[in-house]
Design a protein around this ligand. Sequence first.
Ligand code: 5AD
Ligand code: SF4
Length: 456
Amino acid sequence: MNVYDSERIASLMRSEGYEAAGGIENADLVVINTCTIRAKAEQKVYSLLGRLSAIKRKRPGLIIAVGGCIAQQEGRAMINRVPAVDIVFGTHAVGRFPRLMRQVERTGRRLVDIDMQDVIDEIGCAGKFQANRPVSAFVTIMQGCDNFCTYCVVPYVRGREMSRTPEAVLDEVRFLVSEGVREVTLLGQNVNSYGQKENYPAFSELLARVNQVDGLKRIRFTTSHPKDLSDQLIDSFQKLDKLCSHIHLPVQSGSDRILKRMNRRYTRDDYLRKVEKLRRAVPDIAITSDFIVGFPGETEDDFQQSLQLIREVEYDSLFAFQYSDRPNAPAAKFSEKLDESQISDRLQDLLALQEKNTYEKNKKLVGAVQPVLVEGYSKKGGDSDSEVPAQWTGRTSSHKIVNFTPNMDENSRYEDLTGKMVNLIIEKAFSHSLIGRIEPSGTIPLGSKGENNYAA
Ligand code: 5AD
Ligand code: SF4
């Protein structure tokens, strides 16, 4: 989500005539886009601001702006604490950023804008002026969250849930495809409740419309709250040829007691039933998840239930986070906090278990043919000036990275495969990637029937 917002900010500034500086040394403006989801984010931002302050002492013309969740949370306190900061702009102020910049340039006065709005900040297509557009792009379909999980800061720093109109989403997807994008990932904190407040078509209907965009090859989305994972969405995996066979379904804990304290509003059984439905609909669907380890009050038994859930579900991969307090989040006030070393031991155990599972899952793909969307090359061959790619890289429908060596044509030239679908035979598995070889049938032409036949 933050990558997307950073691109929106960059696009807006490009449209104002700014260009990427390539490094802080040459920059007239530095924008830091912050996120508070990860631990110690505040410390990292203030330490970066310390380094930027030193640069500004030598070059007083440098403008320093801070946006995103930490800006929203800190507001005026940040301006007061760091005299070198010129602009603090919150999560709802991205669209106003160019105006704030012009004001600072004109008046030299420092500004804070952390106003929240109750209409979505629709600034048109993100990345309109982006150079070197990648094959795969993000499209935000909603912002904010109404779920109030007790550990989470998002509802406080990103505000209430609001959805973009289906037309705005489709316009952006069509624009991106016209610019060469072949895969979109629709983004929201909980895409399953897309448009419910606004009475827009349901998320499954939005997916069906995106599926009709000519030239688009793949659709992904993230994130789905398990409590809202509907049967219609599960059906979409069967019905929509472009929808990839992968779902990120964060569970956070395998213990009902902890899930309740987290205010997740589903039980371990509810979750397992949804997993079963998904697998019944699409047997080879890849399922990934997020876990929080060491939530206040988590006993050894609760933790073992998380490990047991991981064994039962057999995730393709997962993200695991050590619990840490977030300002304003209710769990920050919960008693029974665990100590750091215990949390980090549990995290290591959980990651070790998953590492084994991921490798096992990857090994099962050896020998299978997988359609892969090529994202670019991962290595150039020969000397460093060589234009010849030694290894291409792309992803399977299940989101696994595959590297492969290209075939040469009859003139001993390599075709540029970026943005193309290729059928690869998987030859080798590692824990974080696969190695493939191009199937003799070669690339799959755009528009051909086999193109999106992922559910092999
Ligand atoms: N501590 C640890 N992990 C957290 N996450 C969100 N808030 C916290 C917190 N306070 C994790 C959740 C979420 C992911 C994006 O970040 O697992 O799904
Ligand atoms: Fe945070 Fe829960 Fe909303 Fe996800 S669903 S953003 S964890 S409050």
